[in-house]
Unconditional design. Structure first.
Length: 85
């Protein structure tokens, strides 16, 4: 394994760790607010969900011209859970 392959593998692993860190932070927020009732205007707390995508697809969607080193995982969004309460 050459040094460039090792750096690429490290970047891919790092992107996965960063994405999982975001998911853990969102999960902690969901747990902390599980019993929050809100008020009449906001309603009860709804859990957030993290949406992952691969870095190459995300770069293409954003129109990034330099896609040669795009590998790994990115957080493409955080959404509210719309299931019934």
């Amino acid at each position: 394994m050459d040094i460039q392959s090792m750096f690429r593998a490290t970047r891919i692993s790092g992107s996965g760790l960063a994405a999982e860190k975001t998911r853990m932070e969102v999960t902690a927020n969901n747990i902390a607010n599980a019993h929050t009732t809100g008020d009449a205007s906001t309603g009860p707390y709804r859990r957030r969900q993290v949406i992952f995508s691969d870095a190459l697809s995300d770069a293409r969607a954003r129109g990034n011209a330099d896609q040669t080193n795009m590998a790994g995982v990115v957080v493409s969004g955080i959404t509210l859970d719309q299931s019934e309460l």
